[in-house]
Design a protein around this ligand. Structure first.
Ligand code: ZN
Length: 383
């Protein structure tokens, strides 16, 4: 990946932009110079007159951000949708509720049967500006040059460590986060924070000399952002012993002030978690919340293994997500300590339960698991 330029050829008021997205196709070396068509949604793009107008243009998708899970389709599916209507390239508004001219990158998905066109993200501000130009009836022409490189895949590994259980060593409780991040920013929040609290939960329990009945395992997943590659390899390697995984946790939605635990388990499991987080009253992290999609790497196990994530005050998560602003400044040392306390406490108590944590998935969404994974993939919940 590299940084790309797009430059307005005829509207001199528009400055140079930087823009990027993972896995984008390239332009020819001389670039593409074409007129711009701004649309607000796929529905608009599908209207016959708009579809006809999109042919041969650089399509700009200036959607209204609702919430990440709903809006991210414009990034992940926008290149295919624009190409279907004959667009030469697509510029997609960054998927964020708040912008200070920050670019947000992320996963996009091409399809074998649809032409791969160059796809870049642009800032919220630039997308809105292009919309205003179009609304005023101005003709906008952009010259776009994209020269990204897709380097050959290399081997990388999940990082695994554990404290063996005292009674039921083969039974496992997992705490996890993912090690990789996008090329922009340093990935401190996504997912340095989740990796930190998972690793330090183990350090904390070890330093306290606590050993649970079951084995506690930390997994730092590799290659989550390009599509859960480390987690899928792990799933494949463990397909015959998934029954031994009692409970799996992943923190990949921020390590801001912790409120408790979100989970995807049946009602009985939810009740047990409610009891457990009751222990965390001194740090006011006693909430539990059922969620249909917890974590990112672990979401594929939603109907096989009880899973959980960190419930935290993450309203600003997508301000920084996949942008150069994902820096260490977002993380706060005392808050990370509190999040580690929640993480370690829940993992330890579940691992030390006398009874096995209920594997009761009756109340969980009836979505077939492959559909659920596909939904997550499309929604780009590769945080
Ligand atoms: Zn992430």
């Amino acid at each position: 990946m590299g940084h790309r330029n797009c430059r307005s050829a005829r509207a001199s008021k528009i400055k140079n932009w930087r823009a990027w997205l993972g896995q984008t196709a390239n332009t020819p070396p001389e670039g593409i110079t074409a007129e711009v068509l701004v649309v607000r949604s796929f529905e608009e793009l599908n209207k016959p007159e708009v579809s006809a107008a999109a042919k041969g243009k650089i399509v700009v998708i200036n959607f209204n951000f609702e919430r990440y899970g709903r809006s991210v389709k414009y990034r992940s599916q926008g290149p295919v949708e624009a190409a279907k209507h004959g667009a030469l390239a697509v510029l997609i508004k960054s998927v964020t509720p708040f912008s200070m001219y920050t670019l947000h990158t992320g996963y996009l998905k091409y399809r074998k049967d649809v032409k791969k066109i160059p796809a870049l993200s642009i800032t919220v501000e630039d997308a809105n500006m292009l919309q205003r130009y179009q609304d005023k009836g101005k003709k906008i022409v952009i010259k776009l040059q994209v020269d990204s490189q897709h380097l050959p895949d290399e081997t990388s590994r999940n990082l695994v460590a554990e404290i063996k259980g005292s009674e039921k060593e083969q039974k496992i409780v997992v705490v996890s986060g993912h090690l990789d991040s996008w090329d922009v920013g340093v990935g401190a929040m996504d997912d340095g924070g989740g990796s930190f609290i998972s690793w330090y939960s183990m350090v904390l329990l070890k330093s306290l000399g606590l050993r649970a009945r079951r084995t506690l395992r930390v997994i730092l997943w590799t290659a989550e952002e390009p599509g859960f590659i480390g987690a899928q390899a792990y799933d494949k390697a463990h397909k015959n012993d998934l029954d031994d995984f009692t409970f799996v946790m992943e923190s990949d939605e921020g390590t801001f002030n912790p409120l408790g635990i979100e989970y995807t388990t049946g009602k009985k499991g939810g009740c047990i978690l409610k009891e457990i987080v009751g222990l965390l009253e001194p740090i006011n992290a006693t909430q539990t919340q059922y969620s249909e999609s917890v974590g990112s790497d672990i979401a594929m196990w939603a109907k096989k293994i009880p899973i959980a994530g960190l419930l935290n005050e993450n309203q600003k998560y997508f301000w920084y997500h996949h942008s150069v602003a994902d820096s260490l400044d977002i993380l706060d040392s005392d808050t990370l300590d509190k999040a580690t306390a929640v993480w370690a406490s829940v993992a330890y108590v579940v691992a030390d339960l006398k009874e096995e944590f209920p594997r009761d998935f009756d109340d969980i969404s009836k979505l077939p698991i492959n559909k659920l994974i596909e939904k997550l993939r499309q929604s780009g919940q590769n945080h």
